[in-house]
Design a protein around this ligand. Structure first.
Ligand code: FAD
Length: 387
């Protein structure tokens, strides 16, 4: 697929593409079949420095902005690979960088940048609270120099493949807070020490290979020194990271969409039925062209959101709009690509059915489309809140 505009960060994109070429479809198909984590892929990306692009140079990273990180993730996804195994390190690190103490940053960020420490887990969602995060029940009670954590989380991805986790807990019951978003705190949990000492991790098998889990906390002790920022202000810290997360996920959708369009265009030119290439039929061409148009528009919004974020401006609404447009464009492209391939769209060896399953996630996680529309209605349009 030719890109309408010259793309940003051409050197980074080229280097990511070359790295991804060593991880072809067969690699992902094999892992997908058995739901195995792509350890080798993540290690290669880490060693090449791509997962530490956002870590400032003083802590050993590249000190680049979100625009560079979106280029990395987009190219991973366009190459047929999947960044879901490691993308969280990019945005969870921001919570530590923006709100952590100097001691916490010095102790962790250089090791993360070197690849000696993995910060891949982000623990927010709970089975009973759902999207209504203020209703989380996992509680961290201060006892002496520790917090003692009890509760449960669901859909916490990569917990089995991470050394550290950013964990959101209640430290004051909701009913005792002036605002429902007060009274939550962020703890940096050392998963290596926690497992077997109050933390149990149980994998959840899903329709895609995403290494997601349930977590059970039973009197887990976390040193009070691992509190990030101030007690009770954790919800704000998590929200600030969520804009980065939405923009980064949107860039993965753009990469997925480009993958589907590349594949569909190539197949439509090559596949002959009724004595001619199927791509000569407008009934086949137009859905590909429509996917291209939708994706180009979504990519502009992702770039705008990343630019605002990197300029330190409020990117909340743009981050949400970018995620919604990009996840819908990639889903349309996925559906189009299956249709263009006919029966072969369902064959494992073509990678299309795998990418189809993978890109579907992004209309639900990390935030579902209805909640984005609600944000736009209330924040951009001033409509009354419905919840
Ligand atoms: C594979 C996977 C990986 C994940 N990884 C992580 C992770 O690493 N860390 C983490 O913390 N979470 C993670 N999540 C959780 C994810 O962020 C949530 O699933 C997502 O935010 C939706 O929340 P929910 O599943 O609780 O849906 P619910 O909140 O139960 O909502 C269900 C449906 O109802 C709709 N809905 C709910 N309320 C309203 C309303 N008021 N108006 C209109 N519609 C409404 C929603 O849009 C949604 O479609 C992951 C999820 C999946 C599936």
């Amino acid at each position: 697929m030719s890109d309408a505009q010259p793309q940003s960060y051409p050197e980074i994109r080229d280097a990511v593409r070359r790295l991804c070429a060593a991880f072809p479809g067969e690699y992902w198909q094999k892992l997908d079949r058995d739901r195995i984590y792509p350890t080798e892929f993540v290690r290669t990306l880490t060693e090449a420095g791509f997962l530490s692009v956002l870590i400032p140079e003083e802590f050993g990273g590249s000190g680049l902005g979100l625009g560079a990180a979106t280029a990395v993730l987009e190219e991973i996804h366009r190459s047929g690979c999947n960044g879901g195994a490691c993308h969280a390190q990019m945005y969870t690190m921001g919570t530590l960088l923006k709100h952590g103490s100097e001691a916490q940053k010095a102790a962790n960020l250089p090791a993360i940048a070197r690849g000696d420490l993995r910060l891949q887990a982000f623990g927010v969602t709970e089975p009973t609270a759902g999207t209504d995060t203020t209703r989380i029940r996992t509680f961290a009670k201060r006892v002496g120099n520790d917090y003692v954590v009890n509760g449960q989380k669901i859909w916490i991805s990569r917990a089995e493949h991470s050394d550290l986790m950013i964990l959101l807990c209640r430290t004051t019951p909701r009913e005792d807070c002036a605002k429902s978003s007060d009274g939550m705190s962020v703890l940096l949990v050392d998963i290596r020490e926690a497992v077997g000492n109050g933390l149990t991790i149980r994998p959840v098998r899903t329709m895609l290979n995403h290494a997601t889990t349930e977590l059970f906390f039973d009197d887990l002790k976390v040193p009070a020194a691992n509190l990030i920022g101030e007690e009770g202000k954790g919800f704000r810290y998590i929200l600030s990271g969520m804009n980065a997360e939405r923009i980064l996920i949107a860039s993965e959708c753009i990469g997925d969409g480009r993958f589907f369009i590349d594949r569909a265009s190539a197949y439509a030119k090559e596949r002959e039925v009724f004595g001619r290439a199927i791509g000569e039929n407008q009934g086949v061409q137009f859905p590909i062209a429509r996917a291209y148009v939708q994706l180009a528009a979504a990519a502009e919004m992702v770039d705008k959101a990343a630019r605002l974020f990197d300029a330190g401006q409020d990117a909340g609404t743009e981050a949400n709009m970018a995620k919604m447009l990009a996840s819908e464009a990639s889903w349309y492209a996925a559906d189009m690509c299956v249709q263009t391939h006919g029966g072969f769209g369902f064959a494992e060896e073509y990678d299309i059915e795998r990418k189809f399953r993978e890109t579907r996630l992004y209309q639900v996680a990390p935030i579902s489309t209805n909640l984005i529309l609600s944000h736009v209605a209330t924040h951009a349009l001033g409509l009354p809140k419905s919840f």
